[in-house]
Design a protein around this ligand. Structure first.
Ligand code: S5P
Length: 277
């Protein structure tokens, strides 16, 4: 049976990585597979969005380098909110350099990502050394890594043999790589015919999700939660502008209503998937 048919709770029990287990557990506990991507540029907007979407999400995705007044007080407040509302934190850093450099970018600098972000991600483009570099920092802290096996944008180069190689790199590093940023399940992708991959439980976190639009003017492409969770077997929907909007004026009531709407759509789709035969 494909692991896509198992409940998040059952998968949590079987998973060996602490951050993957914690994510699956919180998804089951809060009945949500919604990750909100909070791509706003000030601390106050960031914290008001997180405060209002907190009850509906399993994960907050950050781009801390776009916050103009970033400081560690923001991280402290984000941590407090993550405890108050019970969600995990994912810094969408998209590391892409040699092992030594990414280890420093992950542990040090202004942001000290590894100290607060349960999950981060990396492009597989440099090859396996990017995983060993990041693992030297992340494994002792119980962190998890996602590889960008595919992207949501028009004309993405992350296809075919590149995607297959990303999955092979993940299989060789299951102590740290917990899954993929991808548009579909990766079961068996890139495996040789005699290789057994049935027990691999890679989480699929999927951006490019929108209910009211099919894309933006800069190459982003959107699919619905049902297309992503039921048709493509992904686990977590990542939603940004579909929830916090596009303009400069945040309307907090709309943000809350949209978070509730995406949470319901995502959870219903998941239930349809695990009940389906
Ligand atoms: O392929 C990708 C990978 C990522 S992580 N496509 C993406 O859009 N993302 C991220 O998801 C992107 O950096 C942004 O933070 C979010 C999508 O935002 P939205 O406003 O289009 O929903």
């Amino acid at each position: 049976m494909s692991l896509a048919k198992l409940s998040y709770a059952e998968r949590a029990k079987r998973h060996s990585n602490a951050s993957a287990r914690a994510l699956l557990e919180v998804m089951e506990r809060k009945k949500t597979n919604l990750c909100v991507s909070v791509d706003v540029t000030t601390k106050s907007e960031f914290l008001s969005v997180v405060d209002v979407v907190g009850p509906y999400i399993c994960l907050v995705k950050t781009h801390v380098d776009i916050i103009e007044d970033f400081d560690h007080d923001l991280i402290e407040k984000l941590r407090e909110l993550s405890v108050k509302y019970d969600f995990l934190i994912f810094e969408d850093r998209k590391f892409a350099d040699i092992g030594n450099t990414v280890a420093l970018q992950y542990s040090s600098g202004v942001h000290k990502i590894a100290s607060w972000s349960h999950i981060t991600n990396a492009h597989p483009v440099p090859g396996p050394s990017i995983i060993s570099g990041l693992a030297s920092v992340g494994v002792p802290l119980g962190r998890g890594l996602l590889l960008l096996a595919e992207m949501s944008t028009k004309g993405s180069l992350a296809t075919g043999s590149y995607t297959e190689e990303a999955v092979r790199m993940a299989r060789a590093n299951k102590n740290f790589v917990i899954g993929f940023i991808a548009q579909r399940r990766m079961d068996g992708v890139g495996a040789s015919p005699d290789e057994s991959t049935e027990e691999d439980d890679f989480l699929i976190l999927t951006p490019g999700v929108g209910l009211d639009s099919r894309g933006d003017s800069m190459g982003q492409q959107y699919r619905t939660p049902k297309e992503v969770i039921v048709d493509s077997g992904c686990d977590v929907i990542i939603v940004g502008r579909g929830i916090y909007g596009k303009g400069n004026n945040l309307d907090i009531q709309t943000v809350q209503a949209q978070a509730e709407r995406y949470r319901t759509e995502g959870w219903n789709a998941y239930q349809e998937r695990i009940k389906g035969t």
